[in-house]
Design a binder for this molecule. Structure first.
Ligand code: ADP
Ligand code: MG
Length: 395
């Protein structure tokens, strides 16, 4: 008789799942898991973390606290993450006792820009020109046609933090000193037609479901508006899905993965990967048959992946901390925004993360407008964005 490996039985409710990280992505995962009948324990050092507040148990501890990790692995049937900077050693440690998805190896690639770019280059995936910067000499020897460029620290950057735009070698040296000589990548500054992202889910048997590519507009390096679907044409959209799928396969990825792309002269370049649900996938809660968070639950538990089809077009707008200050630029008096303005808009759904203090640039919530075409959704969303007091154009 041929030997067939028997499939691992799915993890079913009322099992408990573990979530490393307590931010908004974790909070939506907790909601999706609760909806399906699971319990969730969250590990996060912040006693007020958005996911911790609604978890069945919140372990308030550091990510390398072995006693907390032991408690989590004893209670949980599987563990996942919402935060790419969870130490790979934490994932490796937990994996000795409990299934962990995505794996430490996959997260390690996504949490370090040098490993990430090397991975893309080795697998023939399209990416922009770059150089690895470990020393001043590396800056001096970087190809001249990389400039103007962006210098980015290899680890722990997010929302445009840990990045400097540099016109020339001199400025790059200055910025490298400013980052205290940390390992960096120097990327050629590309002229972008637009930015898009693909969120997908992959399960242990290798099945993949991709959401439609979404278009992302940033302000000050932070995602401002996501438009779904992106208006990039079906050929480019298919290539973006295919590249994201290949990345997931080459990483042996299990869970929800976000892949960011630049579109430049009609060509796609992978910008970066996020080993977790992605901000540009928030709209899937309100506009798709299955959300990116439910897909994460399904992938981690070994359930069949859900249908990612969008039943509406959607536009998502991030609500950043400066909105909590009179005048909307972070200088005025602290007060709660007037939510009645948003409650009154038809087809708008507001999501607030219950963070205890708003800082300028901090992601505090978002809203999604659904409609039967993108132009309508965008018109309503941008009007609501300005009515609630968000300043500046969505670029
Ligand atoms: P993170 O999202 O981790 O802060 P990114 O590398 O995605 O870092 O950079 C944030 C944003 O800055 C991008 O979405 C893009 O708008 C802009 N950006 C980053 N790198 C480049 C580049 N090489 N060329 C043009 N724009 C860039
Ligand atoms: Mg990014």
């Amino acid at each position: 008789m041929p030997v067939t490996s028997s499939p691992v039985p799915p993890i079913l409710p009322p099992a408990t799942l573990g979530m490393l990280g307590g931010g908004q992505l974790g909070r939506f995962f907790v909601s999706a898991a609760h909806e399906l009948g699971y319990k969730v324990w969250v590990l996060d050092p912040d006693a007020h973390s958005p996911a911790g507040l609604i978890a069945d148990r919140h372990l308030v501890a550091a990510f390398d606290d072995l006693a907390a990790l032991d408690e989590m692995s004893a209670a949980c049937a599987a563990v996942t993450t919402e935060f790419e900077n969870v130490p790979a050693a934490t994932l490796d440690y937990l994996a000795k006792f409990v299934p962990v998805h995505p794996s430490a190896a996959a997260v390690a690639v996504c949490q370090n820009r040098v490993a990430e770019k090397t991975f893309l280059a080795e697998h023939g995936l399209p990416h922009g020109p770059f150089a690895v910067i470990r020393s001043e000499d590396d800056v001096r020897e970087a190809p001249v046609d990389l400039f103007p460029a962006v210098l980015k620290i290899a680890r722990f950057g997010y929302d445009g933090k840990g990045q400097a735009r540099v016109a020339n070698r001199e400025e790059a040296l200055h910025a490298f000193h400013g980052f205290n000589g940390e390992v960096c990548v120097l990327e050629k500054m590309l002229t972008l037609d637009c930015e898009v992202s693909v969120v997908l889910a992959r399960d242990e048997s290798g099945s993949v479901q991709t959401f439609d590519p979404a278009e992302n507009r940033h302000r000050n390096g932070i995602l401002d508006v996501t438009i779904a679907p992106a208006s990039i044409g079906s050929v480019l959209a298919e290539r973006a899905r295919e590249a994201a799928r290949r990345i997931a396969e080459e990483l042996g990825y299990v869970g929800t993965l976000g892949v960011e792309f630049f579109v430049c002269d009609g060509e796609l370049y992978v910008n970066e990967m996020a080993p977790r649900p992605h901000n540009s996938g928030h709209h899937t809660i309100d506009a798709c048959v299955t959300s990116q968070y439910e897909q994460q639950v399904r992938a981690v538990c070994g359930l069949p992946l859900g249908e990612p089809r969008a039943h509406s077009t959607a536009v998502m707008v991030n609500l950043l901390g400066e909105l909590w200050y009179e005048g909307g630029d972070g200088d005025g008096a602290y007060r709660e925004p007037d939510w009645s303005v948003l409650h009154a808009v038809p087809n708008l759904r507001l999501h607030l993360y219950a963070k205890h203090h708003a800082r300028p640039g901090r992601k505090m919530g978002h809203f999604t407008v659904v409609a039967d075409d993108v132009a309508k959704a965008l018109g309503v969303a941008l009007a609501a964005r300005s009515a609630i007091g968000i300043r500046g154009d969505a670029q």
